[in-house]
Design a protein around this ligand. Structure first.
Ligand code: DGL
Length: 274
């Protein structure tokens, strides 16, 4: 492994771009390859086996691109666990922060809401980690299956999106939470709308920055952090580059990015780059 190798960043679609922007801010000298599987999004209503099959395709591609680390910029992927995500490859995997360190800084009542995909909520991973650190907290998970397709299809400001946000935030309000974790990387596209729906007494947390710090710390520890030179970003989607880039433009500076569509058919390990 060496410092000049890229960092892979994966998501089921455009959600991981909300993490990519924090990674770029924090590590401006790094080379990033973002891969969003827009062909197969959403992952959050699929079976575990199906999600693993799709993630393996992405990690095989990024291994072929010779990455030094992988950021699972997706909670639905993160909850599979690092070993499953790594699938025998040699790079470190950094998953999304689940909130156990962020929440104590803001909650007063210890009543916490988790907004995530149905798959993420079904694993209970966030609730378990938060309650392991703070058994006194009450944690309420809400699966929000309508949100990712609406974001991927750019339905911002529509009546359907407003209705979906109301449906999920009403559930959290009924539990009287004072803190909400956005535990799906797509949801920061809707942070303002979710904050408005929850009201001023509730803090809405996006774990992207903490996750980016975790990644920087990990690279520093292994002496793999790039400290000089101009960083680069390559954005890859598995379909519909134009739509992907319209959404990406809401999160990152595209003038500094190279973008293209990739096919995730099996990569030949003998052809590994670098
Ligand atoms: N962005 C994703 C997450 O953080 C996954 C959304 C989906 O594909 O359902 O969970």
């Amino acid at each position: 492994m060496n410092k000049q190798q890229p960092i892979g960043v994966i998501d089921s679609g455009v959600g991981g771009l909300t993490v990519l922007r924090r990674l770029q801010e924090l590590m401006p000298h790094e080379h990033f390859i973002f891969l969003g599987d827009t062909l197969n999004t959403p992952y959050g209503n699929r079976s575990r086996e199906d999600i693993i099959r799709l993630v393996n395709q992405m990690t095989d591609y990024l291994s072929y691109r010779n990455i030094k680390a992988l950021v699972a910029a997706c909670n639905t992927i993160t909850v599979l666990g690092e070993e499953t995500i790594r699938n025998g490859h040699d790079f470190e995997v950094i998953g999304m922060a689940k909130g156990s360190k962020m929440i104590p800084r803001v909650t007063k009542t210890g009543r916490i809401g988790i907004m995530a995909t149905d798959f993420t909520i079904s694993t209970g991973a966030h609730k378990k980690e938060i309650q392991a650190a703070h058994p006194e907290y009450q944690v309420f998970g809400v699966g929000c299956p309508r949100l990712v397709p609406l974001i991927e299809h750019e339905q911002f400001g529509t009546a359907e999106l407003k209705d979906a946000i109301k449906e999920y935030t009403d559930i959290l309000k009924s539990h009287d939470v004072d803190t909400v974790m956005l535990s799906c990387t797509h949801y920061p596209f809707l942070k303002k709308e979710i904050e408005a729906a929850m009201g001023p007494a509730v803090t809405v947390l996006d774990p992207a920055e903490v996750t980016a710090k975790k990644c920087r710390y990990d690279l520093c520890e292994r002496d793999l952090l790039c400290k000089t030179g101009t960083g680069t970003t390559e954005i890859c989607f598995t379909t519909d580059l134009e739509r992907g880039l319209r959404l990406a433009s809401l999160m990152v500076d595209l003038s500094a990015c190279r973008a293209h569509v990739v096919g995730l058919e099996r990569q030949d390990p003998a052809q590994k780059v670098g």
